[in-house]
Design a protein around this ligand. Sequence first.
Ligand SMILES: Cc1cc2nc3c(=O)[nH]c(=O)nc-3n(C[C@H](O)[C@H](O)[C@H](O)COP(=O)(O)OP(=O)(O)OC[C@H]3O[C@@H](n4cnc5c(N)ncnc54)[C@H](O)[C@@H]3O)c2cc1C
Length: 349
Amino acid sequence: MHKIMTVDYIVVGLGLAGIAFIEQLEKNNKSYVVFENHSQNSSKVAGGMFNPVILKRFTPVWNGIKQIEIALPFYKTLEKKLNCNLIEYVNIYRNFKSIEEQNNWFIACDNPILSKYLDATIITNHNKHIIAPFGYGKVKNTGKIYTKKLIENYTSLLLKKEKLKYETFNYNKLQITASSISYENINAKKIVFAEGYGMINNPFFKNLPLKEAKGELIEIYAPDLKIDFLLKSAIFIMPLGNDYYKIGATFNWKDKTNQPTKEGKQELIEKLNKTITCSYKITNHMAGIRPTVKDRRPLIGVHKTHENIAILNGLGTRGVMLAPTLASILFQHLENNQPIDSEININRF
Ligand SMILES: Cc1cc2nc3c(=O)[nH]c(=O)nc-3n(C[C@H](O)[C@H](O)[C@H](O)COP(=O)(O)OP(=O)(O)OC[C@H]3O[C@@H](n4cnc5c(N)ncnc54)[C@H](O)[C@@H]3O)c2cc1C
Protein backbone atom coordinates (compact mmCIF):
# COMPACT_ATOMS: atom_id res chain seq x y z
CA MET A 1 0.00 0.00 0.00
CA HIS A 2 1.24 3.50 -0.91
CA LYS A 3 1.22 6.13 1.80
CA ILE A 4 -1.62 8.65 1.44
CA MET A 5 -0.44 12.05 0.21
CA THR A 6 -2.55 15.08 1.11
CA VAL A 7 -2.18 18.30 -0.87
CA ASP A 8 -4.16 21.43 -1.60
CA TYR A 9 -3.95 21.04 -5.37
CA ILE A 10 -3.26 18.59 -8.16
CA VAL A 11 -2.05 20.33 -11.33
CA VAL A 12 -2.15 18.45 -14.63
CA GLY A 13 0.24 19.79 -17.28
CA LEU A 14 3.59 21.52 -16.99
CA GLY A 15 3.49 23.98 -19.89
CA LEU A 16 3.31 27.76 -19.52
CA ALA A 17 -0.20 27.52 -18.02
CA GLY A 18 0.77 24.88 -15.45
CA ILE A 19 3.92 26.73 -14.39
CA ALA A 20 2.05 30.02 -13.99
CA PHE A 21 -0.54 28.35 -11.77
CA ILE A 22 2.07 26.52 -9.69
CA GLU A 23 3.76 29.86 -9.08
CA GLN A 24 0.49 31.14 -7.61
CA LEU A 25 0.43 28.10 -5.32
CA GLU A 26 4.04 28.70 -4.28
CA LYS A 27 3.39 32.37 -3.57
CA ASN A 28 0.41 31.49 -1.40
CA ASN A 29 1.99 28.56 0.44
CA LYS A 30 -0.32 25.93 -1.00
CA SER A 31 0.84 22.34 -1.34
CA TYR A 32 0.57 20.55 -4.66
CA VAL A 33 1.59 17.70 -6.92
CA VAL A 34 1.98 17.94 -10.70
CA PHE A 35 1.36 15.41 -13.47
CA GLU A 36 3.13 15.68 -16.83
CA ASN A 37 3.32 13.10 -19.62
CA HIS A 38 5.13 14.91 -22.49
CA SER A 39 2.19 14.41 -24.83
CA GLN A 40 2.15 18.10 -25.87
CA ASN A 41 4.98 20.49 -26.56
CA SER A 42 3.48 23.81 -27.54
CA SER A 43 5.26 25.66 -24.74
CA LYS A 44 8.58 23.98 -25.52
CA VAL A 45 8.70 24.82 -29.23
CA ALA A 46 7.08 28.28 -29.01
CA GLY A 47 8.86 31.30 -30.42
CA GLY A 48 8.29 32.79 -26.97
CA MET A 49 7.65 36.30 -28.25
CA PHE A 50 5.85 38.92 -26.22
CA ASN A 51 4.50 41.82 -28.21
CA PRO A 52 1.28 43.79 -27.63
CA VAL A 53 0.79 44.69 -31.31
CA ILE A 54 -1.02 42.57 -33.89
CA LEU A 55 1.50 42.71 -36.70
CA LYS A 56 -0.99 42.05 -39.47
CA ARG A 57 -3.18 45.08 -38.83
CA PHE A 58 -1.08 47.17 -36.41
CA THR A 59 -3.78 47.10 -33.74
CA PRO A 60 -3.43 46.39 -29.99
CA VAL A 61 -3.57 42.80 -28.75
CA TRP A 62 -6.53 42.26 -26.42
CA ASN A 63 -5.36 43.45 -22.95
CA GLY A 64 -1.80 42.96 -24.23
CA ILE A 65 -0.08 45.84 -22.49
CA LYS A 66 -1.58 44.96 -19.10
CA GLN A 67 -0.59 41.32 -19.61
CA ILE A 68 3.02 42.27 -20.38
CA GLU A 69 3.17 44.43 -17.26
CA ILE A 70 2.25 41.36 -15.21
CA ALA A 71 4.28 38.88 -17.26
CA LEU A 72 7.68 40.57 -17.14
CA PRO A 73 7.97 40.70 -13.32
CA PHE A 74 6.70 37.11 -13.29
CA TYR A 75 9.50 35.88 -15.58
CA LYS A 76 12.02 38.03 -13.71
CA THR A 77 11.07 36.27 -10.49
CA LEU A 78 11.53 32.94 -12.25
CA GLU A 79 14.96 34.03 -13.52
CA LYS A 80 16.02 34.55 -9.90
CA LYS A 81 14.41 31.37 -8.67
CA LEU A 82 15.89 29.20 -11.43
CA ASN A 83 19.13 31.15 -11.60
CA CYS A 84 19.11 31.52 -15.38
CA ASN A 85 18.36 34.12 -18.04
CA LEU A 86 14.82 33.79 -19.41
CA ILE A 87 13.99 37.23 -20.86
CA GLU A 88 15.60 38.76 -23.90
CA TYR A 89 14.49 42.14 -25.19
CA VAL A 90 14.59 42.30 -28.96
CA ASN A 91 13.01 44.79 -31.35
CA ILE A 92 10.66 43.53 -34.03
CA TYR A 93 11.08 44.88 -37.55
CA ARG A 94 7.88 44.58 -39.55
CA ASN A 95 8.68 44.22 -43.23
CA PHE A 96 6.20 46.40 -45.18
CA LYS A 97 4.61 44.93 -48.28
CA SER A 98 3.43 48.24 -49.80
CA ILE A 99 3.13 52.01 -49.47
CA GLU A 100 -0.36 51.41 -48.15
CA GLU A 101 1.07 49.42 -45.25
CA GLN A 102 3.50 52.23 -44.51
CA ASN A 103 0.55 54.62 -44.33
CA ASN A 104 -1.33 52.28 -42.03
CA TRP A 105 1.74 52.17 -39.82
CA PHE A 106 1.75 55.97 -39.45
CA ILE A 107 -1.93 55.88 -38.49
CA ALA A 108 -1.22 53.19 -35.89
CA CYS A 109 1.63 55.25 -34.44
CA ASP A 110 -0.91 57.93 -33.53
CA ASN A 111 -2.77 55.45 -31.33
CA PRO A 112 -1.83 56.55 -27.78
CA ILE A 113 -2.20 52.98 -26.48
CA LEU A 114 0.62 51.80 -28.74
CA SER A 115 2.91 54.84 -28.67
CA LYS A 116 5.38 53.18 -26.25
CA TYR A 117 5.78 50.32 -28.70
CA LEU A 118 5.62 51.71 -32.26
CA ASP A 119 8.39 53.80 -33.76
CA ALA A 120 7.06 56.25 -36.34
CA THR A 121 10.23 56.32 -38.47
CA ILE A 122 10.26 54.05 -41.51
CA ILE A 123 13.55 52.17 -41.44
CA THR A 124 15.34 51.65 -44.74
CA ASN A 125 16.78 48.21 -45.32
CA HIS A 126 20.57 48.15 -45.78
CA ASN A 127 21.04 44.40 -45.56
CA LYS A 128 21.61 43.05 -49.07
CA HIS A 129 20.43 39.59 -48.01
CA ILE A 130 16.93 40.77 -47.09
CA ILE A 131 14.18 41.62 -49.58
CA ALA A 132 12.49 44.69 -48.08
CA PRO A 133 11.90 47.39 -50.72
CA PHE A 134 9.33 49.22 -48.57
CA GLY A 135 11.46 49.16 -45.43
CA TYR A 136 10.45 48.30 -41.89
CA GLY A 137 8.40 49.59 -38.99
CA LYS A 138 10.05 49.01 -35.62
CA VAL A 139 8.17 47.65 -32.59
CA LYS A 140 10.09 48.49 -29.40
CA ASN A 141 10.01 47.14 -25.86
CA THR A 142 9.23 43.66 -27.12
CA GLY A 143 11.17 40.45 -26.74
CA LYS A 144 11.09 36.78 -26.09
CA ILE A 145 11.07 34.32 -23.24
CA TYR A 146 13.26 31.23 -23.41
CA THR A 147 10.32 28.90 -22.85
CA LYS A 148 12.17 25.62 -23.39
CA LYS A 149 14.84 26.58 -20.87
CA LEU A 150 12.12 27.70 -18.46
CA ILE A 151 10.31 24.37 -18.68
CA GLU A 152 13.47 22.30 -18.41
CA ASN A 153 14.73 24.18 -15.38
CA TYR A 154 11.31 24.30 -13.73
CA THR A 155 10.98 20.55 -14.25
CA SER A 156 14.33 19.96 -12.51
CA LEU A 157 13.22 22.12 -9.61
CA LEU A 158 9.96 20.21 -9.17
CA LEU A 159 11.76 16.88 -9.42
CA LYS A 160 14.15 17.99 -6.70
CA LYS A 161 11.18 18.96 -4.52
CA GLU A 162 9.53 15.62 -5.35
CA LYS A 163 6.41 17.37 -6.61
CA LEU A 164 6.36 16.04 -10.15
CA LYS A 165 4.95 12.77 -11.41
CA TYR A 166 6.04 11.85 -14.89
CA GLU A 167 2.91 9.99 -15.89
CA THR A 168 -0.32 10.34 -17.80
CA PHE A 169 -3.13 11.59 -15.62
CA ASN A 170 -5.88 9.01 -15.95
CA TYR A 171 -9.21 10.84 -15.71
CA ASN A 172 -11.13 7.66 -14.92
CA LYS A 173 -9.33 7.34 -11.62
CA LEU A 174 -10.44 10.70 -10.28
CA GLN A 175 -12.93 10.47 -7.43
CA ILE A 176 -14.88 13.57 -6.54
CA THR A 177 -16.87 14.66 -3.50
CA ALA A 178 -18.25 18.12 -2.75
CA SER A 179 -15.27 19.07 -0.58
CA SER A 180 -12.35 17.05 -1.91
CA ILE A 181 -11.01 14.86 -4.67
CA SER A 182 -8.82 11.80 -4.65
CA TYR A 183 -6.60 10.17 -7.22
CA GLU A 184 -4.89 6.90 -6.34
CA ASN A 185 -3.04 7.68 -3.09
CA ILE A 186 -3.44 11.47 -3.39
CA ASN A 187 -6.10 13.47 -1.57
CA ALA A 188 -6.51 17.05 -2.71
CA LYS A 189 -8.87 19.93 -2.19
CA LYS A 190 -8.87 20.96 -5.86
CA ILE A 191 -7.50 20.05 -9.25
CA VAL A 192 -6.46 22.38 -12.06
CA PHE A 193 -6.21 21.03 -15.58
CA ALA A 194 -3.67 22.85 -17.77
CA GLU A 195 -3.19 20.28 -20.51
CA GLY A 196 -3.09 22.51 -23.58
CA TYR A 197 -4.40 20.56 -26.56
CA GLY A 198 -4.39 17.44 -24.32
CA MET A 199 -7.73 18.84 -23.07
CA ILE A 200 -9.51 16.97 -25.84
CA ASN A 201 -9.09 13.76 -23.79
CA ASN A 202 -10.45 15.32 -20.60
CA PRO A 203 -14.04 14.12 -19.99
CA PHE A 204 -14.78 17.13 -17.76
CA PHE A 205 -13.93 19.77 -20.34
CA LYS A 206 -13.62 18.13 -23.73
CA ASN A 207 -16.80 19.78 -25.03
CA LEU A 208 -15.29 23.26 -24.81
CA PRO A 209 -14.60 24.68 -28.29
CA LEU A 210 -10.83 24.32 -28.56
CA LYS A 211 -9.89 25.13 -32.14
CA GLU A 212 -6.38 23.76 -32.17
CA ALA A 213 -3.80 25.26 -34.52
CA LYS A 214 -0.71 23.23 -35.28
CA GLY A 215 2.45 25.25 -35.83
CA GLU A 216 5.76 24.21 -37.34
CA LEU A 217 9.13 25.94 -37.09
CA ILE A 218 12.59 25.38 -38.48
CA GLU A 219 15.96 26.52 -37.21
CA ILE A 220 18.62 27.58 -39.70
CA TYR A 221 22.31 28.40 -39.74
CA ALA A 222 22.81 31.48 -41.93
CA PRO A 223 26.27 32.99 -41.36
CA ASP A 224 25.79 35.83 -43.89
CA LEU A 225 22.42 37.07 -42.63
CA LYS A 226 23.66 39.02 -39.61
CA ILE A 227 20.49 40.47 -38.10
CA ASP A 228 20.01 41.30 -34.44
CA PHE A 229 16.29 42.12 -34.62
CA LEU A 230 13.28 39.91 -35.05
CA LEU A 231 12.22 40.24 -38.65
CA LYS A 232 8.52 39.79 -39.36
CA SER A 233 7.32 39.29 -42.90
CA ALA A 234 5.11 36.38 -44.02
CA ILE A 235 7.18 34.46 -41.45
CA PHE A 236 9.30 35.58 -38.51
CA ILE A 237 13.07 35.27 -38.41
CA MET A 238 14.28 35.23 -34.84
CA PRO A 239 18.01 35.48 -34.05
CA LEU A 240 19.18 32.74 -31.67
CA GLY A 241 22.85 33.81 -31.54
CA ASN A 242 25.97 32.47 -33.30
CA ASP A 243 24.28 32.87 -36.73
CA TYR A 244 21.39 30.54 -35.88
CA TYR A 245 17.80 31.67 -36.45
CA LYS A 246 14.38 30.31 -35.67
CA ILE A 247 11.88 30.57 -38.54
CA GLY A 248 8.16 30.26 -38.02
CA ALA A 249 5.49 29.51 -37.90
CA THR A 250 2.87 27.68 -39.93
CA PHE A 251 -0.83 27.47 -39.07
CA ASN A 252 -2.61 24.22 -39.78
CA TRP A 253 -6.12 23.57 -38.42
CA LYS A 254 -6.46 20.03 -39.78
CA ASP A 255 -3.40 18.07 -38.72
CA LYS A 256 -3.71 17.24 -35.01
CA THR A 257 -0.32 15.57 -34.51
CA ASN A 258 2.81 17.01 -32.96
CA GLN A 259 4.97 15.65 -35.76
CA PRO A 260 6.91 17.97 -38.08
CA THR A 261 5.85 17.42 -41.71
CA LYS A 262 7.45 17.74 -45.15
CA GLU A 263 4.66 20.14 -46.19
CA GLY A 264 5.19 22.38 -43.17
CA LYS A 265 8.91 22.56 -43.84
CA GLN A 266 8.32 23.30 -47.52
CA GLU A 267 5.93 26.14 -46.69
CA LEU A 268 8.49 27.72 -44.37
CA ILE A 269 11.29 27.36 -46.93
CA GLU A 270 9.18 29.00 -49.65
CA LYS A 271 8.29 31.94 -47.42
CA LEU A 272 11.86 32.26 -46.19
CA ASN A 273 13.19 32.33 -49.75
CA LYS A 274 10.87 35.25 -50.49
CA THR A 275 12.37 37.14 -47.56
CA ILE A 276 16.12 36.44 -47.62
CA THR A 277 18.58 35.74 -50.45
CA CYS A 278 21.65 34.35 -48.65
CA SER A 279 22.32 30.64 -48.32
CA TYR A 280 21.40 28.77 -45.15
CA LYS A 281 21.34 25.28 -43.70
CA ILE A 282 18.32 23.85 -41.87
CA THR A 283 19.47 22.53 -38.51
CA ASN A 284 16.21 21.67 -36.76
CA HIS A 285 12.49 21.24 -37.42
CA MET A 286 9.77 21.21 -34.74
CA ALA A 287 6.02 21.27 -34.30
CA GLY A 288 3.44 21.84 -31.59
CA ILE A 289 -0.27 22.49 -31.22
CA ARG A 290 -1.47 25.89 -30.05
CA PRO A 291 -4.55 25.59 -27.82
CA THR A 292 -6.64 28.25 -29.55
CA VAL A 293 -10.36 28.83 -28.98
CA LYS A 294 -13.24 29.53 -31.33
CA ASP A 295 -13.73 33.08 -30.02
CA ARG A 296 -9.99 33.70 -29.47
CA ARG A 297 -10.36 34.09 -25.73
CA PRO A 298 -8.94 31.83 -23.01
CA LEU A 299 -10.76 29.04 -21.20
CA ILE A 300 -10.79 29.72 -17.46
CA GLY A 301 -13.16 28.54 -14.78
CA VAL A 302 -14.64 25.64 -12.88
CA HIS A 303 -16.67 22.67 -13.98
CA LYS A 304 -20.41 23.33 -13.91
CA THR A 305 -21.21 20.60 -11.38
CA HIS A 306 -17.85 20.15 -9.61
CA GLU A 307 -16.52 23.42 -8.22
CA ASN A 308 -13.25 21.84 -7.17
CA ILE A 309 -12.32 20.96 -10.77
CA ALA A 310 -10.86 23.88 -12.71
CA ILE A 311 -9.32 24.61 -16.08
CA LEU A 312 -6.60 26.97 -17.31
CA ASN A 313 -6.39 26.66 -21.07
CA GLY A 314 -7.01 28.36 -24.41
CA LEU A 315 -3.78 30.37 -24.33
CA GLY A 316 -3.75 30.26 -28.12
CA THR A 317 -0.93 32.05 -29.89
CA ARG A 318 0.08 34.19 -26.92
CA GLY A 319 0.73 31.93 -23.96
CA VAL A 320 3.80 33.84 -22.80
CA MET A 321 1.87 37.02 -22.14
CA LEU A 322 -1.40 35.46 -21.02
CA ALA A 323 -0.38 32.69 -18.62
CA PRO A 324 0.66 34.81 -15.59
CA THR A 325 -2.46 37.01 -15.69
CA LEU A 326 -4.84 34.09 -16.16
CA ALA A 327 -3.23 31.99 -13.44
CA SER A 328 -3.72 34.82 -10.97
CA ILE A 329 -7.38 35.28 -11.98
CA LEU A 330 -8.07 31.57 -11.62
CA PHE A 331 -6.30 31.33 -8.27
CA GLN A 332 -8.21 34.32 -6.88
CA HIS A 333 -11.42 32.72 -8.04
CA LEU A 334 -10.66 29.34 -6.49
CA GLU A 335 -9.36 30.69 -3.18
CA ASN A 336 -11.17 33.99 -2.67
CA ASN A 337 -14.21 33.62 -4.85
CA GLN A 338 -13.21 36.58 -7.01
CA PRO A 339 -15.32 36.69 -10.18
CA ILE A 340 -13.90 35.65 -13.55
CA ASP A 341 -14.66 38.07 -16.38
CA SER A 342 -17.42 36.61 -18.56
CA GLU A 343 -15.24 37.14 -21.64
CA ILE A 344 -12.82 34.42 -20.51
CA ASN A 345 -15.01 32.32 -18.19
CA ILE A 346 -15.82 28.87 -19.60
CA ASN A 347 -19.43 29.36 -18.55
CA ARG A 348 -19.85 31.50 -21.71
CA PHE A 349 -20.16 28.21 -23.64
C1 LIG B 1 4.93 26.90 -33.41
C2 LIG B 1 4.43 27.69 -32.24
C3 LIG B 1 4.91 28.98 -32.01
C4 LIG B 1 4.43 29.72 -30.94
N1 LIG B 1 4.97 30.96 -30.70
C5 LIG B 1 4.55 31.67 -29.63
C6 LIG B 1 5.13 32.93 -29.32
O1 LIG B 1 6.05 33.39 -30.00
N2 LIG B 1 4.66 33.60 -28.24
C7 LIG B 1 3.67 33.11 -27.44
O2 LIG B 1 3.29 33.75 -26.46
N3 LIG B 1 3.09 31.92 -27.72
C8 LIG B 1 3.51 31.19 -28.78
N4 LIG B 1 2.94 29.98 -29.05
C9 LIG B 1 1.77 29.57 -28.25
C10 LIG B 1 2.16 29.01 -26.91
O3 LIG B 1 3.11 28.03 -27.13
C11 LIG B 1 0.93 28.45 -26.21
O4 LIG B 1 0.00 29.47 -25.99
C12 LIG B 1 1.29 27.85 -24.84
O5 LIG B 1 2.45 27.12 -24.94
C13 LIG B 1 0.20 26.98 -24.29
O6 LIG B 1 0.63 26.53 -23.04
P1 LIG B 1 -0.16 25.43 -22.21
O7 LIG B 1 0.56 25.24 -20.95
O8 LIG B 1 -1.60 25.79 -22.17
O9 LIG B 1 -0.09 24.12 -23.14
P2 LIG B 1 1.09 23.09 -23.41
O10 LIG B 1 2.37 23.79 -23.61
O11 LIG B 1 0.61 22.20 -24.49
O12 LIG B 1 1.22 22.31 -22.05
C14 LIG B 1 0.30 21.34 -21.64
C15 LIG B 1 1.05 20.25 -20.91
O13 LIG B 1 0.11 19.29 -20.40
C16 LIG B 1 0.66 17.99 -20.57
N5 LIG B 1 -0.47 17.04 -20.57
C17 LIG B 1 -1.54 17.03 -21.39
N6 LIG B 1 -2.39 16.03 -21.07
C18 LIG B 1 -1.83 15.38 -20.01
C19 LIG B 1 -2.23 14.27 -19.20
N7 LIG B 1 -3.38 13.60 -19.38
N8 LIG B 1 -1.41 13.87 -18.20
C20 LIG B 1 -0.26 14.52 -17.95
N9 LIG B 1 0.16 15.60 -18.67
C21 LIG B 1 -0.62 16.02 -19.68
C22 LIG B 1 1.37 18.10 -21.91
O14 LIG B 1 2.35 17.11 -22.08
C23 LIG B 1 1.97 19.50 -21.85
O15 LIG B 1 3.27 19.53 -21.34
C24 LIG B 1 3.42 29.19 -30.09
C25 LIG B 1 2.97 27.90 -30.32
C26 LIG B 1 3.46 27.14 -31.36
C27 LIG B 1 2.97 25.74 -31.55
